[in-house]
Design a protein around this ligand. Structure first.
Ligand code: ADP
Ligand code: ZN
Ligand code: ZN
Length: 740
């Protein structure tokens, strides 16, 4: 009998597994499923994961032999492999690409699962005796001195003694120095006691205690109501007290340092971070610690949802409405949805927390599929802020700010408070306009059918930048059309607001926060620290809307929201309402009362009236009603096929073939399902040209998931094989969160 072959998931955009003989033709079996293996692929070598083993089918062609096993035992085990299979089916994506997305880069490349210890260097007994006789001032001597008090980690030595590795080698050869492992990330020795839970928190904790096994739970609580405190106590009870693991997802890297600090000091155990701000080695180490069950608490961003959890106890998704949980390229998964699938497979509760739950989640809670817990008041003595709408029609504006707003800022500063000015537009000005002929600077690589895409003025007016494709160029000296020098920045971005506020309130620090300054690890925390405790002003975009605790903040000013009130995207209202509520929630988080000023030219707009009058709840009710009437999610399921090509019309043939295939597949559905499944397009993308590529799309929509997935299942594998597919770049987005 022929030996079993390996069916391997390779990171290739092809919806199939690849067959190989086991390395060295040594027999393989089901116990090898989940092990990584290196294989030859054409002239290249790839790293894949064994998805199945079995006898070769039929007249097997001469199979190539895999080169080498990379793991001694399965790396992707049981539940994680099952989740990857589910995700591949749900997204109609190749399992190999899903697994490549789930693994940290170092493991994807085939590196061994790292050991979890942090390595340090220490002086041996002899080394301690000999340290004083090393040449003064030399590197070996400086290294020995750095180690006098005890072992020091290699990372820290990089900072302390430059060129220490060569010195360490020579000391090690003489038996004076040793390489020693340190225990995992240092945790504080003991846990700080938490506050006594409020009545509402107790109710939520009781409900969680009652949950046996899998339970999806929405924890809806206004900002500052103590949701994080509920997570902490639930983790203590469900995980730490029972030797189980907790996974906590947070939306932004910028939020993890604060969250980590709070978790470490409260829980008194090491807390492992897993996010894109870490280097490859650190990420692989944290993943390995989770894999071995050593990591008790893992806090991370989107991709941390794939952390292995051999002893899972609880999964928390904080700010579950946040769009950053959805991956927007490659394997387009939604971390919240993956968290729910894992929770079910692991049989543990999944706690979704938010002050502004997504309409999807609210809908599930209302129809009774998720438990719904609420925290209606702020914890401690903090009070929710007062919200006032400022009508600025016919008022003079400076850098987009009215006199009334500026006076309120002055008053807040004089009272010793801090102020946040929110404008969701980076840069100096959104448009550069020629005052003489009307020319405006447009991106050469992006456009809509009606008009160009304006380039944003940056760097105080010296640079132009396209926010869609990243193109940059210097601001021209003169108008390229009429040679006039009267080029004027139009409109207001955060840079321009910062410029005005810095001139007007020169006595206090004015700090602009944007995505560039906070991309680095600890970036946001470091920036915010510059403000100190005294009066000062923060200017920024949505970065500032998210979860950061700013106890000195007593006034939030929201400006320039009017364009968002009239967007064509069906999710625009939901996003704007969430943003307004989240940004308002920054104010008054301590005992000082907070105020929110909403500056607008449309004070009577229904969204503002409903939101200010009835809060997020009233907004969500109204919006869900409209979504239901229009047949939009969560009352429908969507999938979007996007395609782009270099030439205009280059996507037509592919999308038409795809549309025909979907329409044909629809015919084999039961008649009622077939009638309600819509295939819209091909149509141009909302931005038909981006970064020089022409873009079009096909939208599928159906009231229920089964019909949609039946046609996707029937059609998508064949799309890869279409000859037209070779001339385009295409992708499938299941449950798209924006239609761009
Ligand atoms: P959220 O996550 O809902 O924004 P937090 O858990 O961060 O809220 O709590 C907001 C503030 O209230 C924090 O400073 C927290 O320490 C405090 N807090 C939370 N729960 C309590 C409680 N039961 N008693 C007193 N203070 C509390
Ligand atoms: Zn001109
Ligand atoms: Zn562009």
């Amino acid at each position: 009998m022929a030996p079993d072959i390996l069916r391997i998931a390779l990171p290739l955009p092809l919806p199939r597994l690849f067959d190989y003989l086991p390395p060295g033709s040594v027999a393989a079996g089901p116990e090898d499923v989940g092990r990584r293996v290196r294989v030859p692929f054409g002239p290249r070598e790839l790293v894949g994961v064994v998805a199945a083993t079995g006898p070769a089918e039929g007249e097997a062609p001469a199979l190539r032999e895999a080169l080498a096993w990379l793991d001694d035992e399965p790396l992707v085990r049981g539940e994680l492999l099952a989740t990857a299979r589910w995700l591949a089916r749900y997204l109609h994506a190749p399992l190999g690409e899903v697994l490549a997305t789930a693994l940290p880069a170092a493991l994807r490349r085939g590196e061994p699962l790292p050991d979890t210890a942090t390595w340090a260097r220490a002086l041996t007994g002899e080394g301690r005796a000999a340290a004083g006789s090393l040449r003064a001032g030399g590197r070996p001597r400086r290294l020995a001195e750095a180690l006098r008090a005890g072992p020091v980690s290699e990372d820290l030595l990089d900072d302390l003694v430059d060129g220490w590795r060569a010195a360490a080698r020579s000391l090690q050869e003489r038996g004076l120095l040793a390489r020693v492992p340190l225990p995992g990330p240092a945790g504080p020795a003991s846990a700080l006691p938490g506050p006594v839970p409020t009545a509402e928190q107790s109710e939520a904790l009781d409900a969680l205690r009652a949950a046996e096994g899998f339970a999806p739970v929405l924890l809806e609580g206004i900002t500052g109501s103590g949701k994080t405190e509920v997570y902490l106590q639930a983790i203590e009870e469900r995980c730490l007290a029972r030797g189980r693991q907790a996974l906590v997802l947070v939306p932004e890297i910028g939020l993890t340092p604060q969250m980590l600090g709070r978790f470490r000091s409260r829980l008194g155990v090491p807390v492992h971070a897993l996010h894109s701000g870490l280097n490859d080695g650190e990420r692989a180490r944290a993943w390995a610690a989770a894999w071995r069950g050593e990591a008790r608490v893992v806090v991370g961003t989107r991709s941390a949802v794939f952390a292995p959890l051999p002893a899972a106890g609880l999964i928390v998704v904080d700010e579950e409405h946040d769009a950053s949980y959805k991956q927007q390229d490659g394997i387009r998964y939604h971390a919240r949805d993956v968290a729910l699938v894992r929770g079910k497979a692991l049989d543990v509760p999944v706690l979704l927390g938010s002050a502004t739950p997504s309409l999807e989640t609210l809908h599930q809670a209302r129809t009774g599929r998720y438990a719904h817990l609420r925290l209606r008041s702020r914890a401690g003595d903090a009070k929710p802020p007062r919200v006032r709408v400022l009508d600025v029609r016919k008022r003079p504006l400076q850098a987009g700010l009215s006199e009334e707003l500026l006076a309120a800022i002055r008053a807040a500063l004089d009272a010793g408070g801090q102020v946040l000015v929110f404008r969701n537009r980076r840069g100096y000005a959104p448009v550069l306009l020629c005052h003489d002929c009307g020319w405006s600077a447009a991106c050469p690589r992006c456009s809509t059918p009606a008009r160009g895409i304006a380039m944003t003025v940056h760097a105080g007016g010296r640079r132009l930048q396209c926010h869609h494709c990243g193109a940059r160029r210097p601001v021209p000296m003169a108008c390229p059309d009429c040679a006039s020098l009267a080029l004027q920045p139009q409109g207001v971005g955060t840079e321009r607001i910062e410029e005005l506020l810095a001139a007007r309130f020169a006595d206090v620090p004015v700090l602009r926060i944007d995505s560039a300054s906070t991309r680095r690890r600890d970036g946001l925390a470091r920036e915010l620290a510059k403000l100190g405790d005294g009066p000062g002003i923060l200017v920024g975009t949505q970065m500032l809307a998210k979860g950061h605790d700013l106890p000195g903040l007593i006034l939030v000013c929201v400006v320039g929201i009017d364009e968002g009130l009239f967007s064509a995207d069906f999710r625009a209202s939901e996003k704007l309402a969430q943003l307004l509520v989240q940004v308002s929630g920054r104010a008054g988080r301590s005992s000082r009362p907070g105020e929110v000023l909403l500056q607008t030219h449309h004070p009577g707009h229904p969204l503002l009236e409903v939101l200010v009058g009835g809060g997020y709840r009233a907004f969500a009710d109204a919006e869900l009603g409209q979504r239901e009437a229009a047949g939009f999610p969560p009352y429908a399921r969507m999938a979007l096929v996007r395609a782009e090509a270099r030439e205009a019309g280059g996507t037509d043939a592919f999308l038409q073939a795809a549309a025909a295939a979907f329409t044909a597949a629809r015919e084999s559905l039961p008649p009622a399902q077939a009638r309600s499944l819509l295939v819209a397009g091909p149509m141009p993308a909302p931005m038909p040209r981006r970064a020089g590529m022409h873009r079009a799309q096909l939208l599928l929509s159906s009231p229920g998931r089964p019909a949609l997935h039946a046609v996707l299942q029937a059609v998508v594998p064949g799309l890869h094989a279409l000859p037209e597919a070779r001339r385009v770049r295409w992708s499938l987005d299941v449950d798209p969160i924006d239609l761009y």
